[in-house]
Design a protein around this ligand. Sequence first.
Ligand code: NCD
Length: 304
Amino acid sequence: MDIVSIRDLNREQIEQVLERSEKMIPYARGEKSSKALDGKILATLFFEPSTRTRMSFESAMMRLGGRITDLGVPAMSSISKGESLADTIRMVEVYSDIIAIRHPREGSARLAARFSSKPVINAGDGAGQHPTQTLLDLFTIKRIKKDFDKLKVVMVGDLKYGRTVHSLAEALSSFGVELTFVAPSALQMPKETVKQVEKMGCKPKLTNHLNETIADADVLYVTRIQKERFPDLAEYQKVAGMYRVDRKLLREAKSDLIVMHPLPRVDEIDPEVDDTPHAKYFEQAFNGVPVRMALLNLVLGGEL
Ligand code: NCD
């Protein structure tokens, strides 16, 4: 099975991943060990920068006794000789059991899945989707809030180019939450995502005022302005630094509001927030390990 879009998983499958992720926590921390993926190889292909996604995939595989083969820097691979993505994938699939790919072009993971008989996991395709980030975001919310029903989730920042919010909004819309999208109009949630969310029975609010949404929010999901996706740097400069979450803003918030961020952050969350009980983004980043372990285990099989 491929996981290219969060829509490739139904609600039952998502819940199965979240349940198994909970069991993976002591293994993810190194308190227990497992050989569930002994003999299996994960191939990682990162055509865009990554810290958390790549390292947590690697850590997840190794914690379950599996191994990794990595394409390395694309400029040092045969891609620089003009090899197509399709041919690269044809090779990688015979060297591995499962492939994780990140690529700047939307649709690239779907293309890879077409050329691979081994499972392909989308680790981010341009401004498209980032389904494994969504699974760890859902896991983080569920662990802290217990239940999704009626939660008020505010997403703020670059909702146009941010792939994490595209996948997360789609997933959350089927979990009975109330969604608010806060962005400058040039960076609002794409119409297709809004339509998809509405199809699931959710009626998102769209605004550009963060202050007005903070008092009611249960989850504030902050995103980085995706500088690398702007065709024109002058356009980026117009919106850079527009939202900043700091202690002053959080004074208006509920005491149990959680602040999440897929990371990396630039200046959208003041580091002074890190020490408040609201800050959950580092815990969220750790959750990438148990969640990716659960996913790899479900896709590749093997007893813990
Ligand atoms: C995100 C991404 O790559 O989409 N990072 C991540 O995977 N944790 C968010 C971002 O780069 O802003």
